[in-house]
Design a protein around this ligand. Structure first.
Ligand code: ADP
Length: 184
């Protein structure tokens, strides 16, 4: 099993859920820049205050900031034998920074594939349940635009190591597809 894995996919594809399940199955840390940034906002740190408005608008926070956060996290002991990255890299500049920062290449990229109508429906439903600040209709549209413009080019960037997984179905079904694809 590869132990340096990256999750890619549009907002609402289920990356966070599936990444957490896979990380625990593989016993590697689940490193989510979205979670780290939201934690900083909630804790009201300098970083949190700097990024809150950007996140609420659905835009990307600066590459320098996230690259620094990820570098620091990857330097921790528990990331030595592998990790699962979720939400980073989100553009080609971040992917190049990751390349420079780590000696071992990303072994596998799991791309969760979900069509746009399904994504919008899921994100609007999550907005009602969890009240995440960036889950309103305007921001959702913006995040999808940003995904297509900035993040989707990473599919070609990673090329051969990308496993495309159908992300529509129950959480367990999607997880089985991922596990099966990784075992091949
Ligand atoms: P999503 O559900 O949209 O995939 P995430 O939880 O991964 O959301 O990220 C939420 C927000 O945090 C993003 O819209 C962006 O503002 C910020 N963010 C997270 N990761 C990054 C990153 N690698 N680079 C820039 N901004 C990021």
């Amino acid at each position: 099993m590869p132990r340096r894995i990256l999750f890619l996919g549009p907002p609402g594809a289920g990356k966070g859920t599936q990444a957490a399940m896979l990380a625990s199955a593989l016993a590697v840390p689940h490193i989510s820049t979205g979670v780290m940034l939201r934690d900083a906002v909630e804790a009201g740190t300098d970083l949190g205050r700097e990024v809150a408005g950007i996140m609420e608008a659905g835009d990307l926070v600066s590459d320098d900031l996230v690259v620094a956060i990820v570098d620091e996290r990857l330097a921790q002991d528990d990331a030595r034998c592998g990790y699962l990255l979720d939400g980073f890299p989100r553009n080609v500049a971040q992917a190049n920074a990751l390349d420079d920062a780590v000696t071992d290449a990303i072994g596998t990229v799991v791309l969760l594939d979900v069509d746009t109508d399904e994504l919008v429906g899921r994100l609007l439903a999550r907005a009602q349940q969890e009240g995440r600040a960036d889950d309103n209709e305007e921001t959702i549209r913006r995040r999808l635009e940003v995904y297509h413009a900035e993040t989707a080019p990473l599919i070609d960037f990673y090329g051969d190591v990308v496993l495309t997984i159908d992300g529509v179905g129950s959480i367990d079904d999607v997880f089985s597809r991922i596990a099966l694809a990784l075992a091949r």
